[in-house]
Ligand binder design. Structure first.
Ligand code: SDX
Length: 377
């Protein structure tokens, strides 16, 4: 019997992050996620993932300048987005546009480590621009150009909404990016590593990762969590809704994890951000519904003896909704935040590369003979 879903199979060594599944801990290059969320910006975390250590002041200034200088995307790629049907899902639009960037990137075919570092920074910078542009183009509006002087996360909200976020909203977006930046050998990261392990290029690896993240069992869960909150609508309806869904054998989006057998450490940080935003805006409805869902799930899963807890997607949904991000763009936020993790893993894979090619256990028929077509059933 195969290791279904490769559960428990170790496919590589990595220096990028360690997940303590039983304890519910997450470490990026030796730093606890709570420490990074509290004391570092997303730009510092990107630098840490790519170069192995947090930047000093001069290094951070230079890195921020590099990111800022790489935010624009070619006009032809925006024209390509204008050709898409307006109801194209934002993750499909991102997958298409990110792939098209290769045609305009002078480093696209250069797989030296120096070129790959340049692309890692460039792609991290460009991903928010692509998503914000689609958010405008699909509404018949012109994209808003990136604005120098704004941080990476704040600039995304500015390009999407046309408004400069206040300190709380900018900081909330920044921390959410940090929490999504890296997470070991998750499905989309694995897809990226499998792709570049064939010596295909980094844009191909990024395109594989975006396509993989889109699925509701992975990055697509945050969008479905918001649909669940909207469908429930009121805290008092949460319990019945969850119990009915579980009785139908459905999965509750935003819960469970292949590795965590305790609370995903990113969830309480996102819950805290959601509470701060709710306090500022005075609307605690989505948080109240989420809390009721969490308590019903805890009771139900305890009763069933299952270690199923909220994951990163459960509270990110109400954070993004309150920030004014369209629900169908929630997974795009995950993708833009995960780009430093994906690209750092691709660079790590190429440092000690071997084609990734597992086996399959054949269970089909054998010894069959071809019959003339007129004799076939
Ligand atoms: C992410 O890997 C990563 O690191 C990913 C990620 C990252 O940062 O990159 O952390 C981001 O993808 C988080 C996960 C987002 N997905 C969801 O929220 C979708 C809902 N969750 C489930 O589909 C599920 O928990 C998975 C897919 C996340 C993990 O599933 P597994 O490890 O394959 O577990 P399983 O499907 O074998 O389920 C084991 C049992 C089953 O019950 P039994 O059949 O044994 O009776 O647990 C049950 C499942 O029915 N179960 C759930 C459940 N998740 C698992 N029951 C109800 N609701 C759920 N959400």
């Amino acid at each position: 019997m195969s290791n279904r879903g490769l559960e428990g199979v170790v496919v590589a060594d990595t220096e990028l992050s360690k997940i303590y599944g039983e304890e519910g801990r997450l470490v990026y290059r030796g730093y606890e996620i709570e420490d990074l969320a509290e004391n570092a910006t997303f730009e510092e975390v990107c630098y840490l993932l790519l170069y192995g250590e947090l930047p000093n002041s001069a290094q951070l200034t230079d890195f921020r300048r590099q990111l800022e200088s790489e935010r624009t995307v070619p006009g032809a790629v925006l024209d390509l987005l204008r050709l898409l049907p307006r109801d194209t899902h934002p993750m499909a639009a991102l997958r298409t546009a990110a792939s098209a960037l290769a045609g305009f990137d002078p480093d696209a075919r250069d797989m030296t480590e120096e070129a790959n570092f340049r692309k890692a920074i460039r792609l991290t910078a460009q991903m928010p621009t692509l998503t914000a542009a689609w958010g405008r183009i699909r509404n018949g509006q012109e994209p808003i150009a990136p604005r120098d002087g704004l941080g990476h996360a704040a600039n995304f909200l500015y390009m999407l909404t046309g408004e400069t976020p206040d300190e709380l909203r900018a900081r909330t977006m920044d921390v959410a990016f940090t929490l999504h930046a890296e997470h070991g050998m998750n499905a989309s990261t694995f897809a990226a590593r499998v792709t570049v392990a064939t010596l295909a290029d980094m844009h191909s690896g990024l395109t594989s990762a975006i396509g993989t993240l889109k699925g509701p069992l992975h990055g697509g869960a945050n969008e479905r969590v918001m649909h669940m909150l909207l469908e429930i609508g009121e805290p008092d309806r949460a319990e019945a809704w969850v119990r009915d869904a579980l009785a139908r054998g459905e999965r509750i989006m935003g819960f469970g994890h292949r590795v965590y057998r305790a609370l995903d450490p990113r969830a309480p940080i996102l819950r805290s951000l959601a509470m701060q935003l709710a306090a500022q805006g005075g609307d605690t409805r989505w948080l109240d519904i989420a809390s009721r869902i969490e308590s019903v799930m805890r009771e139900e899963m305890d009763r069933r003896g299952k270690k199923i807890y909220p994951n990163v997607d459960f509270y990110s949904a109400s954070v993004y909704y309150t920030l004014g991000i369209p629900t169908d763009m929630f997974t795009n936020v995950f993708a833009m935040a995960r780009t430093p993790g994906w690209t750092a893993h691709m660079i790590e894979q190429l440092r000690d590369n071997r084609l990734i090619r597992p086996k399959a256990n054949y269970v089909g028929p054998l010894d069959k003979k071809v019959q003339p077509i007129e004799k076939r059933g």
